[in-house]
Design a binder for this molecule. Structure first.
Ligand code: NAP
Length: 321
């Protein structure tokens, strides 16, 4: 007798990390439901699987619609998150209440596995982003203790928000800002590794000591770099060397207070606060390796997609060689 394919529901699937998760889940043979506020915006994900394998559905974030998205699914992934608040999308609502409610529905519907994407350093930073992410983790664990929580560091990949933003800035700005002197340390992790970690946390059999249920994993790559190191590497990869100007914390906050009034702010005061704390994997934490993933180095991935910021684009790289 052939078994019906497993059903996985992904919240936040249209995002940078969510898309990769959909692709990785599709490769397991699961049918993937993509729960989105605007299902049409998820149609592009259909090409991640066989015809009919990826199913975009509408989800307005209310309990009824979340329950419908979960109905009959064995695996649930929550990859919803925001970097700055809007009128109807506050950190409290998106990072704390919504994950708690998704977990509640998972418990009610008898879901087997849930994986939630949190963020590295949420237990250390005083930023609202981090504090509400931590509140979200706690809300989930209170109602669905078997949920697996993944805390990635800064995530890199062709559509990322971090390396692309600074590479784009280097194209037009005469200098790049070293916020707080650029001493904060990061441990960037590849988006493909995060997606594989999500998959493994869902499909691994619950056999101790590798039972991922109820555990928290901190996901970082093999490189630990300061903010200054990262900007220097971006300069090398894009061929655009710019002076690095130290911006004291107070002045960064002042700039952010102005910039955060833009519709899509490049920097907010909360992000400045987030930058104050090192963003690296804690000693002794469970990591990618505990989920069977060998972390990919930045050097293998980032230079290829930053080539487009070179003078002359990808062809400029050949000139430079
Ligand atoms: N990117 C990183 O470097 C990084 C690092 C650490 C942790 N994380 C965490 O990983 C998760 C995914 O990050 P990402 O970079 O993929 O984010 P992203 O590209 O901004 O995508 C976020 C997703 O959240 C959904 N979303 C946004 N606002 C929403 C709202 N008001 N109501 C319901 N859904 C909403 C969107 O889905 P629809 O528009 O389709 O509804 C979108 O697909 C987040 O929880 C983030 O905090 C990311």
């Amino acid at each position: 007798m052939t078994r019906m394919p497993r059903i996985a529901t992904v919240f936040g699937a249209t995002g940078f990390i969510g898309r990769q998760i959909v692709g990785a889940l599709a490769r397991t043979g699961a049918q993937v439901r993509v729960a989105s506020r605007v299902p049409e915006s998820a149609f592009f994900l259909k090409t991640c699987g066989a015809p009919g394998q990826i199913v975009p559905i509408a989800c307005d974030g209310g309990p009824e619609s979340v329950g419908q998205a979960i109905e009959g699914a064995e695996w649930i992934v929550n990859a919803i998150g925001i970097l700055f608040e809007k009128k109807h999308a506050t950190f409290d609502r998106i990072h704390a209440e919504l994950p708690g409610m998704i977990a509640q529905e998972c418990a009610r519907k008898g879901v087997m596995r849930m994986v939630h994407l949190s963020a590295l350093g949420v237990d250390r930073s005083q930023s609202r982003y981090a504090q509400t992410k931590l509140a979200g983790e706690n809300a989930i664990r209170a109602v669905f203790p078997a949920a697996t929580i993944l805390r990635p560091g800064v995530v890199f990949g062709p559509d990322d928000n971090f390396f692309n933003q600074f590479a784009a800035m280097a194209r037009v700005a005469p200098a790049l800002p070293l916020i707080g002197g650029g001493k904060t340390r990061f441990q960037p992790v590849f988006v493909g590794d995060v997606a594989q970690a999500v998959c493994n946390a869902l499909i691994w059999p619950p056999v101790p000591p590798h039972d991922p249920r109820g555990k928290i994993y901190e996901l970082g790559g093999p490189d630990v770099l300061t903010f200054r190191d990262i900007l220097n590497r971006i300069a090398i990869w894009t061929g655009r060397r710019r002076p690095l100007v130290s911006v004291p914390w107070g002045f960064a906050r002042f700039q952010a207070a102005i910039l955060e009034h833009l519709p899509t702010p490049p920097l907010t005061r909360d992000q400045v606060e987030l930058l104050r704390t090192d963003n690296i994997v804690t000693q002794g934490a469970l990591t990618l390796a505990d989920l069977g993933v060998n972390p990919t180095a930045m050097d293998c991935i980032v230079p290829a997609y930053l080539e487009r910021y070179r003078d002359g684009g990808p062809f400029g790289a050949q000139d430079a060689a």
